[in-house]
Structure formats: structure tokens, C-alpha cells
Design a protein around this ligand. Structure first.
Ligand code: FAD
Length: 631
């Protein structure tokens, strides 16, 4: 028989990024016995890599900022496909969550009069990102961890043990959720180092596993991001929405090849950096779409004046939302105006004094010096689009984070959820999203546990199946190599389901994914269970595959271009499609896709926009409704 370590908790949080840690703190504060699980080392999540900052309308740098303006910017950035209630809660609660972080010990950069300073970022009307240099995520994780340690110290005083009510299991990967009928009963996984199995029995699970970027060749994401949470949710009976929308960040490193995809923070542009093609032209002025024309400068002079006088000038086009900038760079390179390594130039050297660059962008300075031998205070950087963030994810109840679909007791927060960012996320809106919805998910998971009449039970057969599935790749002597399979999957997604999509290529992709599915079923890993990355990847592959299938299917279905989904054959936004969410679920092993109407914005929220702007997004029928309301 196989040895399995067993634990009992009230709430199990899978993922130790900002969303998971904030959820765990809330569950523990609600008196729940809470476990935090992370695939990598504690502290090493994407959240720690976040550079630019956390968006919150505190109005510290420009007092005109408030939640309504933030809400509007978020909806515009997402091209009105956002779940309006999530965007509303986010805009309203982000400032409180940032201030609360300071009570946990965070220290953000300051304005001259001692308030939390805020920086400009793409798509945000006013300076809005609370930041710590370009290392904001690090400060966020550091303080959330510190808060957890302080709670553990409290528990030691009252209960005699640090782990009494909150315990961290790091380097532990969850491979299955356990169900009792339609209710969550726990989670099953393995310790990466020993390969030993571990079972958590718990009535509530919060998924906070982050993104899916590893299915793409060029990505800013690190190895853990294989869409595990998305796939776990699907297999448990939950649904995913918006999976066709992926954010390709406009500026990843393109050279040298070994670091291709690593992120170059948007703060470079927020602080004055400009994009140029190989002919030295500042090309973004040619790519301002009609919907944004009124808010962006038409000349370099006006754009440059904006940095010091934003009230009387319009923003530089380098600060358009990310999808616009990524497509523009793609077009310049395609037209033969790219750099030798296939990117464009990002120049901060000619824009700010060297000392100022080193002060504001210390990590970027260090990153380019160390990885590319480029001194960004003297030379331009070479940059190009990189797969960065998934807007799509688990469909949740906006207020509680409870997953929709047939499963109860499953909650989710952070990048693994869908809806909040619509078709495109604004930079800085993720870090605040993690705090706002992490807290909510942790709180509501606790309430759910309180209301249960009886605890669900994990059936022996369910654990046996989980063990069998996990061991299968080790038991096949011959079979497909996991690394080859991952490369093949990345090629399909990068080449056929990338930034610019076409019908025949998407159909081709679906065919290839079906072939890959057969091959993944035969994946084999050599070696034993002790620290065996090939085995781990073999188990991740089925998650990457099902999530990629959702993306490709939804991308084929959505016949329009919007945010992080660009169809060359349907190049414009279609108001009819704005009203539709594409919902993925699993029927047996097969991905099923359904259309579902988007929830309608409440009157006081839709009234925050003027009619002329709404006319760019809404159908005639919706506009008539709006007019009737206004009358
Ligand atoms: P993450 O922080 O990604 O954490 C996920 C956790 O889940 C990890 O602990 C991981 O180990 C764990 N996990 C995954 N699968 C499993 C499994 N099967 N079992 C157990 N554990 C699992 N956003 C901003 O708002 N501002 C920025 O300036 C910014 N800069 C960024 C820079 C970079 C380089 C990157 C990559 C992203 C950036 N983002 C930024 C985006 C933002 O950092 C992420 O969207 C956000 O941190 C996601 O947080 P999360 O809590 O949802 O998940």
C-alpha cells in the first residue's frame, strides 16, 4: 500500500501569492484552521516579481482620482467585457486594502508631504500605482508573510504551537481536488522533494494558483504557471470564462535568447520611456485607435509636456493599454522596422538623468546589465511582446469568490479567476485585485464552513484514483517524453493561438491539441519519486493541455477582436459579442463551450460614462435602454 500523510483543516488555500496569502490571513482571522500550500518555495510566487505597483484610487498625487474614475478606467481597459460588479468592488476597496497593508508593516514610497506616492501607468487616468521603487510585489509578499508569522506567534502563545491554526506547506503540489458528491472534501498532492503523497481533508478550498503562461514559448511566467488551478476547478465541476483573452505584455526582453520573454516593467514607459523603431521613429502615434483618440496626445511635444502638466495635456501613446501597444510592436516588426533581435527599442536613457534611472528603476538597471550587458542609462533596450497574464479563469460569484458550476465549497481569487479584467487587464490592477478578492474569498470560505451541517468525507476510492493517476507516468517504461510534449504544446499555442489569430490556424491548433492529448495520455517519466522534475512536468501537462483547449476553442468561437484576443479575419470589436461570455466546462474529458450573457451594469454605474463613449461599445438596443433610463 502507498503511504499517505493526512491532515485536517477548515480551509485549504492552494497558492501562496498575494491572493492566497491574503485569503489565508482572512480565514485565520475568522478563527479557521488554515493550510497554505505552494508548489514552489514559500515567497516565490509571481506576486513577488511584480514591479510597477498596485492600483488604488487614493487620490494622493492627483486629488481628482476616486473609485468612479478607477472603475471607468478598468472597464475601458477591459473593453467593457469586465464583470462590472468585480470592477466596482475592486475600485472601491483597493485603497483600504493598501492602507491595511501598511498596518501589516509595508512601507510604500512617499510623496513629499508623506502620503503613499502613486505612479502613472497605462490606461490609468491619474497617477494611481502605490509602489516601492520597481519592487512592489516583493514588499507585498514580505508583509503578508510577516503578518502570517505574527499570527503564528500569537497562536503559539495561546495554543502552544506556531502551526496550531495556520500552517504553510511549501514545495507541495496539489494534483486533485477531493469531492463528496458536489461538495469539496479536500485536496490531494505530493511533496516535490520526497515524492510522498499528502491528503488534506477540508470542507473549503480557495484556489489562488495564478496563471497559465508556461503553455507559451515566449513568456514572462516562471515554471509553476501551468494552469493547475484552472484545471483543478474544471475537473471539480466549476466553469471558466474569458479563456480566449491572454495578455501579451508589450515589453519583454528579446535578447539574448536565453532570457527571451523576461519582463521589462511598464514603469519604464510610465516614467518617460518611449518606443522607437529601427528607423528611429517614435511610432506609437500611428497606432492610437479611435476609441482612445480623445485621451491621447497627437504630437511628441504635447506627450512630453504631459509628464509635468497632466491636467492641460493628453497622455503619450506609449501609455495606451497593453493590448494596443503589443499589437503596434508586432506590426512594426512585421513591416521590417524591427531591431536585429526582432523587437523594437525602448529608450529611457535619452529621457532621464542616469542617476534618476538608477533610483526609479533599480531592478531594470540590474536586469539589463546582468543579463544582456546593456546599460539602460546609456543605451536603449530591445523589447517585444511576451505572454504575461491570463484574463480568463474560474467563473466566480463577484462578492464571495465562490466558484460557479456544480461544485460547492470551492472559492477562488487572483489571477486564476476570470471576469474582473474583462478582455484586457490594466497594469497595476492585479496586485490590488489579489488583496481585495483574496480577503473576500478567505472570509466567505470561512462563513461557508460555519454554515455546514456536516463535514463532507473523502472516499477511499477517490484517493486511490488520485494515487493511480499520479503514479501512472512513472509506471510506463516507454512513452512520450514530457519535455518534448511541453515544447510541442508551446509551439502550437505560440504559433497558432498567439497575439494575432486566424480561423484556419485555430482549427489547426485544435487538431494538434487533440493529437497532443493522446500523446499526453502516454507520457512517461524515468526515475523514481524523489525529486523528479520530469515526473512533475508529466503531471502538469494534462492541466496545460485542457486549459489550452479552452483557450483555442474560445478563440475560434469569438469572431471579433477585443482586448487580448485579436482575430485577423474579424479585426473590429462587435457590440453583439460584448454581451457574451464564453464559458468552458468539462463533460467527461471533453471541453464544452457555452455562450452566456454578460451581467448588466447597474444604472448608477453605467451613468458614470457619457453616451458618446458608450456608443463605441454597446448595441443599439442597449443604447436605447440607456436613453430610456436617462430620460
Ligand atoms: P501568484 O502570485 O502567481 O501565486 C500562485 C501560487 O500558486 C504560487 O505560490 C504557486 O506556487 C502556487 N501554485 C500553483 N499551482 C499550484 C499547485 N498545483 N499546487 C500548489 N500550489 C500551486 N501585476 C500588477 O498589478 N502590477 C505589477 O507591477 C505586475 N508586474 C508583474 C511582473 C511580472 C514579471 C509578472 C510575471 C507578473 C506581474 N504582474 C503585475 C501580475 C501579477 O504579479 C500576477 O498576476 C499576480 O501576482 C498573481 O497573483 P496570485 O496571488 O493570483 O498568484
Amino acid at each position: 500500500t502507498t503511504r499517505i500523510e493526512r491532515h485536517h483543516y477548515d480551509v485549504v488555500v492552494i497558492g501562496a501569492g498575494g491572493a492566497g496569502l491574503r485569503a489565508a490571513i482572512e480565514a485565520r482571522l475568522a478563527g479557521k484552521k488554515t493550510a497554505i500550500i505552494s508548489k514552489s518555495l514559500f515567497g516565490k510566487a509571481h506576486t513577488v516579481m511584480a514591479e510597477g505597483g498596485a492600483a488604488a484610487a487614493m487620490g494622493n498625487v492627483n486629488s481628482r482620482d476616486n473609485w468612479q474614475v478607477h472603475f471607468r478606467d478598468t472597464m475601458r481597459g477591459g473593453k467593457f467585457l469586465n464583470n462590472f460588479r468585480m470592477a466596482e468592488l475592486h475600485a472601491k476597496e483597493a485603497p483600504q486594502r493598501i492602507w491595511e497593508l501598511e498596518t501589516y508593516g509595508a512601507l510604500f514610497d512617499r510623496t513629499k508631504d508623506g502620503k503613499i506616492s502613486q505612479r502613472n501607468f497605462g490606461g490609468h487616468e491619474y497617477p494611481r500605482l502605490a509602489h516601492v521603487g520597481d519592487r512592489t510585489g516583493l514588499e507585498m509578499i514580505r508583509t503578508l508573510q510577516q503578518k502570517i508569522v505574527s499570527l503564528q506567534q500569537e497562536d503559539r502563545r495561546t495554543h502552544g504551537s506556531y502551526d496550531a491554526r495556520i500552517r504553510v506547506f511549501d514545495e507541495t503540489t496539489i494534483t486533485e481536488l477531493m469531492l463528496d458528491g458536489d461538495r469539496i472534501a479536500g485536496a490531494f498532492g505530493y511533496y516535490r522533494e520526497s515524492g510522498e503523497f499528502i491528503l488534506f481533508e477540508a470542507p473549503a478550498v480557495v484556489l489562488a494558483t495564478g496563471g497559465v503562461g508556461r503553455s507559451y514559448k515566449v513568456t514572462s511566467n516562471s515554471w509553476e504557471y501551468t494552469g493547475d488551478g484552472h484545471a483543478l476547478a474544471l475537473r471539480a465541476g466549476a466553469t471558466l470564462i474569458n479563456m480566449e483573452f491572454l495578455q501579451f505584455h508589450p515589453t519583454g526582453m528579446v535578447w539574448p535568447p536565453s532570457v527571451k520573454g523576461i519582463l521589462v516593467t511598464e514603469s519604464v514607459r510610465g516614467d518617460g520611456g518611449i518606443l522607437k523603431n529601427s528607423e528611429g521613429k517614435r511610432f506609437m502615434f500611428d497606432y492610437v485607435p479611435d476609441v482612445f483618440r480623445k485621451q491621447y496626445a497627437e504630437t511628441e511635444e504635447e506627450a512630453d509636456r504631459w509628464y509635468t502638466d497632466p491636467d492641460n495635456n493628453r497622455r503619450p501613446p506609449e501609455l495606451l493599454p497593453r493590448d494596443e501597444v503589443a499589437r503596434a510592436i508586432n506590426s512594426e516588426v512585421k513591416a521590417g522596422r524591427g531591431t536585429p533581435a526582432g523587437g523594437v527599442y525602448l529608450d529611457i536613457a535619452s529621457r532621464l538623468p542616469a542617476e534618476e534611472i538608477r533610483r526609479r528603476l533599480p531592478s531594470m538597471h540590474h536586469q539589463f546589465k546582468g543579463l544582456a550587458d546593456v546599460d539602460i542609462t546609456k543605451e536603449p533596450m530591445e523589447v517585444g511582446p511576451t505572454c504575461h497574464y491570463v484574463m480568463g479563469g474560474i467563473e466566480v460569484d463577484p462578492d464571495s469568490g465562490a466558484a460557479y458550476g456544480s461544485v460547492r465549497g470551492l472559492f477562488a481569487a487572483g489571477e486564476v479567476t476570470g471576469g474582473m479584467h474583462g478582455s484586457n487587464r490594466l497594469g497595476g490592477n492585479s496586485l490590488s485585485d489579489l488583496l481585495v478578492f483574496g480577503k473576500r474569498a478567505g472570509g466567505h470560505a470561512s462563513t461557508y464552513v460555519d454554515q455546514l451541517a456536516a463535514r463532507p468525507r473523502v472516499a477511499v476510492s477517490m484517493v486511490e484514483t488520485a494515487v493511480e493517476t499520479a503514479l501512472a507516468p512513472l509506471q510506463r517504461d516507454t512513452g512520450e517524453n514530457p519535455y518534448t510534449l511541453q515544447q510541442d504544446l508551446q509551439a502550437v499555442m505560440g504559433d497558432l493561438v498567439g497575439i494575432i489569430r486566424r480561423e484556419n490556424e485555430l482549427e489547426d491548433a485544435l487538431g494538434r491539441l487533440a493529437e497532443l492529448r493522446e500523446r499526453v495520455a502516454k507520457v512517461s517519466a524515468s526515475g523514481g519519486r524523489r525529486y523528479n522534475p520530469g515526473w512533475h512536468l508529466a503531471l502538469d501537462l494534462r492541466n496545460m493541455l485542457v486549459v489550452s483547449e479552452c483557450t483555442a476553442k474560445a478563440a475560434l468561437e469569438r469572431r471579433e477582436s477585443r482586448g487580448g484576443h485579436t482575430r485577423e479575419d474579424y479585426p473590429t470589436m462587435d457590440p453583439q459579442w460584448r454581451r457574451i461570455n464564453l464559458v468552458c466546462s468539462l463533460e467527461g474529458d471533453t471541453v464544452r463551450l457555452d455562450r452566456k450573457p454578460l451581467p448588466k451594469m447597474r444604472t448608477e454605474l453605467i451613468s458614470l460614462f457619457d453616451r458618446a463613449e458608450l456608443a463605441k461599445y454597446l448595441t443599439d438596443e442597449e443604447l436605447a435602454e440607456f436613453d430610456a433610463l436617462a430620460a
